[in-house]
Each structure stands twice: as structure tokens, then as C-alpha cells.
Write a protein that binds this ligand. Structure first.
Ligand code: XBP
Ligand code: MG
Length: 279
């Protein structure tokens, strides 16, 4: 169910102990070239004429969880089975999602789902700084662990919580809360890395500061409340565009471990200052 490494590092109350990463759109560039292709192939495999192009898929991403996304689509008048009884819509959404998951596992096994540019360097830096790496995703367990293992090596992550491990997916905070509970962390010892509005809302509801690493699917208007919003992790080839930097912590051209620690400590200082001001 949850994947966790056995060793439990010592806890120190006053430092950034863990960074919790989202998967789709954050650790990996998986939506348009992976999931969307699998959804369309699943429609065909199930005898449906539905097709999600890039623009439509971007809109549908507002619904997290593939099965819920399919059900929301099938209720839409533009879908091929709009008007069928609700129980039929639910059954077909479940069947199509099962097919889609198998197809996505096959697609991901060919190596076409790449890591976000610059994220591997950040993972290395965080591990070298003894900062735990955890995952909180809406994605299905059936593909999450194998994709993380293929792209990064699953042993890097001390705990992976998937959409199947919680009863409510993002923007519900359940996945983040389960990571905190599973690793005996408090929200103020951690920081979340996300790419979407629902992900930011989930992290914020769990009390975590959040750095949004936007991508082509990110609705920038939906992530303005994040501590930081940048256009990517940054790498020598692609300079960083900083959309939000609440504490002025992003100095260089990369999202580095030092930058994340600066965001975390600036927020901590800000909260400490505001609590003394209010006494
Ligand atoms: C993004 C999602 C997932 C994927 C599809 O998850 O909302 O539903 O789009 O994967 P993340 P499934 O929280 O990692 O951004 O079909 O397995 O749901
Ligand atoms: Mg995401």
C-alpha cells in the first residue's frame, strides 16, 4: 500500500526535515504525453469515440483522479455516452480507467515519461543535505511506484502516498496528512512541491508551505497563494521565470536545496514574527 523505507532519521524540531513532492506535472512531465495518450487509447479499446485533445485535457485536469475525471467527462453533453443512466456512466468510467491504467503502465515502461528538467539535481541536493524525500500524489498506485522506480529509483523516497491510499483526493489534504503521520513529521518541518491549483490547496489545507513549479498545464491564476511560483526547476539551459516569491528567497536561476531551505526559514520567521506581533 504505502511504500516506505524502514530507517527513520532522527527528528530535529527546528529545521526543514522533509520535502513532499507531487508526481504528475511536478516530478515527471506525464500528463499530455502519458496520461492523455493512455486515456484516448482506452476510449478506443472500449469502443468509445471520445477523444481528448490537449486543450480539452488541460480543462479536464481540474478534476483530480483519472476515474473521477472520466465520470465528470461522461456526464458532459459533449461526451459520447451523455444521458446514459448514472450507474452506467460510473461502470463505464471504472472500466475505461482500468484500461487506461494498464495502457499508461505500458507507455511509461517505454521510458517516454521524462523527469521534469532539473528535478534530479534537486533530489540529489536534498538527499545530500539529509532532507527526506516523500511523495503525495493523486495518481493510481498501480503505476506510481513503478514509474518512480524507473525514473528516479524508488529507494530515494522514504514514503509514497498514492490516490488509492486515501478516500479523498486532492484538493483534500488527506494524502499530505498521511505522509506527515507516516513519517512522524509536523507540517512546519516540511515543504510541498506542486504544479496545480488542487495540489496547492491540498498542501495548504494540511498546513504546508508550497512551492509551485508551473508547467504548460498550470493555471497560474489558481496558484497565486503559493509561497513561490516558478516556471520550472531551472537548469543551465532554461532560466527560471519567477511569478511569485513571497519572501524573496529565490536568488539563483534554480530551485536548489538552499533555495527551498530559504523559503522554509523565511516563512517560519514570518509566522514567528506575526505571532509575536499578535500577542
Ligand atoms: C495528477 C492526477 C492524476 C493523473 C492521472 O496527480 O490528478 O489523476 O492525472 O492518473 P498528481 P490516474 O497529484 O500526481 O498531480 O489516472 O492514475 O488518476
Ligand atoms: Mg500534479
Amino acid at each position: 500500500m504505502l511504500w516506505r523505507r524502514t530507517s527513520m532519521p532522527s527528528s530535529s524540531a527546528d529545521r526543514l526535515r522533509a520535502v513532499i513532492f507531487d508526481v504528475d506535472g511536478t516530478l515527471v512531465d506525464s500528463e499530455q504525453h502519458g496520461h492523455r495518450i493512455a486515456f484516448n487509447e482506452a476510449f478506443r479499446a472500449c469502443g468509445l469515440r471520445d477523444h481528448w485533445d490537449r486543450a480539452l485535457y488541460r480543462e479536464l485536469l481540474a478534476v483530480t483522479g483519472g476515474e473521477a475525471r472520466l465520470l465528470a467527462w461522461f456526464r458532459n453533453p459533449a461526451s459520447s455516452i451523455h444521458g446514459a443512466p448514472e450507474h452506467e456512466l460510473r461502470r463505464i468510467a471504472r472500466d475505461v480507467h482500468r484500461a487506461k491504467t494498464e495502457l499508461f503502465i505500458q507507455i511509461a515502461s517505454t521510458g517516454v515519461v521524462p523527469p521534469r528538467e532539473g528535478v534530479r539535481t534537486l533530489l540529489d541536493e536534498l538527499a545530500a543535505a539529509s532532507i527526506e524525500l516523500c511523495v503525495a500524489t493523486t495518481g493510481s498506485r498501480a503505476w506510481v511506484l513503478s514509474l518512480l522506480d524507473r525514473v528516479f529509483g524508488i529507494e530515494r523516497f522514504s514514503l509514497v502516498v498514492t490516490g488509492d491510499d486515501v478516500t479523498s483526493r486532492k484538493p483534500d489534504p488527506a494524502a499530505y496528512r498521511l505522509v506527515l503521520e507516516g513519517r512522524d513529521l509536523s507540517a512546519d518541518e516540511t515543504l510541498a512541491i506542486e504544479d496545480s491549483g488542487p495540489g496547492l490547496r491540498a498542501a495548504a489545507a494540511a498546513g504546508l508551505p508550497c512551492v509551485v513549479v508551473a508547467n504548460s498545464e498550470t493555471d497560474l491564476a489558481a496558484v497565486q497563494d503559493a509561497e513561490v511560483v516558478v516556471s520550472g526547476f531551472g537548469s543551465p539551459g532554461s532560466p527560471l521565470e519567477v511569478h511569485v516569491d513571497r519572501y524573496g528567497a529565490i536568488k539563483g536561476q534554480r530551485v536548489s536545496a538552499a533555495a527551498l531551505r530559504a523559503v522554509w526559514s523565511s516563512r517560519r520567521g514570518f509566522l514567528a514574527g506575526s505571532s509575536t506581533r499578535s500577542t
